[in-house]
Write a protein that binds this ligand. Structure first.
Ligand SMILES: NC(=O)c1ccc[n+]([C@@H]2O[C@H](COP(=O)([O-])OP(=O)(O)OC[C@H]3O[C@@H](n4cnc5c(N)ncnc54)[C@H](O)[C@@H]3O)[C@@H](O)[C@H]2O)c1
Length: 336
């Protein structure tokens, strides 16, 4: 495990606590962090030198929870040493870096996985089933709000920090890139990192999505609303008793038999169902999915390819921000 700052210890707890994984070594270049986290895991050796971990014979897989600017070099070194890699979001800082790492993992036959942790929430697993089984019908819109007084990052803007989560969920549900992306945002902290942003995705076939992310909001909201032609769903990770609700409510419209130019609209006000969900910690499920993918040599749900698609959207969003919100097209090959 490389990187023991704010987030790394959460991964360490799950790696050490799962029967699927064995915690071998802890690494942080900050000796204070290393000593304080290492004290709770005496069986794991500690080092400030990431190269020593990446080259170690008794290490099969490396988890990386360092700042994003370091991800590319650390992931590349790990893959070149033959290690499977689990890396934090956001994956890397450019499409080119993401492409290189995805190709390297593919060439070496190694698992490269992103900690897109919310994909492993039982609520999102159930939501994905509702989409795949047609329970929601054709997807019409997705509306996600992820706002709170955030840990303002110093190396990425709020879209790269927070919208990476929403985009990974949207990618998982929709399974393809949007046709175009536009983003508005503003920086209020005296440097040029946008801290409030609105991102719009157009899939070109009637499906549109909106993601609002904000580090300055005094209230914490995590609403992920999916509108379908048959039903709609609301996922709220902050509502422990009803994380997912499926609404049989919506608008039905039929052509008026009296007049070909009119549409008859009726409102459907049916049941709201909150499916029973397993009480599983998403991070534990994510770590075990990583171990299982390594054991089976299978691609994980949040594989490097998904990381690359998310980075493509974020890079296009940055270009749109710089162009005052102009739509940026993602071409068929996936480039922005
Ligand atoms: N999945 C999630 O929900 C989630 C939540 C928070 C943060 N994160 C991600 O986790 C990553 C780390 O974020 P954080 O908030 O923990 O950052 P942080 O600054 O608190 O911690 C980073 C740690 O990495 C260490 N480090 C930096 N470079 C290193 C190197 N080359 N070798 C060894 N150690 C090194 C630092 O000393 C520090 O202790 C980021 O990519 C962030 O986006 C993910």
């Amino acid at each position: 495990m490389v990187g023991l700052g704010y987030w790394g210890p959460n991964l360490v707890r799950n790696i050490a606590g799962s029967p699927a994984t064995e915690l071998v070594a802890l690494c942080d270049q900050d000796e204070g962090r290393l000593a304080s986290v290492g004290a709770s895991y005496p069986s794991a050796r500690t080092t400030t030198d990431s190269a020593a971990v990446l080259a170690a014979d008794d290490v099969d897989a490396v988890c990386i929870a360092t700042p994003v600017s370091t991800h590319h070099d650390l992931v590349r070194a790990a893959l070149e040493s033959g290690k499977h890699v689990l890396v934090e979001k956001p994956f890397v800082t450019s499409v080119e870096e993401a492409e290189q790492l995805v190709a390297l993992a593919r060439d070496r036959g190694l698992v490269l996985m992103l900690d897109h942790v919310f994909l492993y929430s039982p609520a999102v697993r159930r939501l994905a089933t509702a989409v795949q089984d047609g329970e929601l019908g054709d997807l019409q819109y997705i509306d996600s709000v992820r706002i709170n007084l955030g840990l303002v990052q110093h190396d990425v803007n709020v879209l790269w920090d927070l919208a990476a989560h929403d985009l990974s969920i949207i990618d998982h549900l929709v399974g393809r890139l949007p046709r175009s992306v536009s983003a508005f945002g503003e920086a209020h902290q005296g440097h040029d990192l946008v801290d409030v942003a609105y991102l719009h995705l157009d899939y070109g076939d009637g499906l549109i999505a909106s993601v609002h992310v904000n580090w300055l909001s005094p209230v914490k909201i995590r609403h992920f609303l999916v509108g379908g032609s048959r039903r709609s769903a609301l996922y709220d990770e902050l509502d422990p008793s009803e994380r997912l609700k499926i609404y049989d409510r919506g608008v039905d419209s039929t052509p008026d038999p009296e007049s070909r130019r009119r549409i008859l609209v009726s409102y459907r006000s049916g049941d709201v169902v909150a499916p029973a969900l397993e009480p599983v910690e998403p991070l534990r499920a994510m770590v075990e999915h990583f171990a299982d993918s390594v054991a089976r040599g299978a691609a994980p749900l949040s594989d490097g390819e998904q990381g690359l698609r998310v980075v493509r959207i974020l890079a296009a969003a940055d270009r749109s921000l710089a162009a005052g919100g102009a739509a940026v097209t993602l071409d068929a090959g996936g480039g922005a």
